[in-house]
Design a binder for this molecule. Structure first.
Ligand code: SF4
Ligand code: SF4
Length: 92
């Protein structure tokens, strides 16, 4: 994976990574549709690639609601380009 093509931003508790290399060949742009339908509608397509339509700071302050819809839809309808890391806290 070419790190130069990775687009990353933080959510309140995690980190979203999009491999833009894959997006240029994607026809569905399912991530943006999923974010609009199930999330907070913070993704847009620019030059064939999904990016934030808000600032990174806004995304981290809760603009991204960590619904995981973009990752899920990309894996099934896109090109498996999104990975969301959300650390799990287990209270024992
Ligand atoms: S659905 Fe996946 S591959 Fe397609 S534009 Fe979105 S992130 Fe890229
Ligand atoms: S996790 Fe949800 S709110 Fe955050 S970018 Fe993905 S679809 Fe949008």
């Amino acid at each position: 994976m070419n790190r130069d093509t990775l687009y990353e931003f933080n959510s309140r508790t995690g980190r979203i990574t999009i491999n833009h290399d894959e997006c240029l060949a994607c026809e569905s742009h399912a991530c943006v549709k999923a974010c609009k339908q199930y999330g907070s509608g913070i993704l847009k397509i620019e030059s064939g690639k999904p990016i934030l339509s808000i600032t990174r700071e806004e995304a981290e302050k809760g603009g991204c609601v960590e619904c995981l819809s973009c990752e899920y839809e990309c894996w099934f309808k896109g090109r498996k380009a999104i990975v969301i890391d959300l650390p799990l806290t287990i209270n024992l």
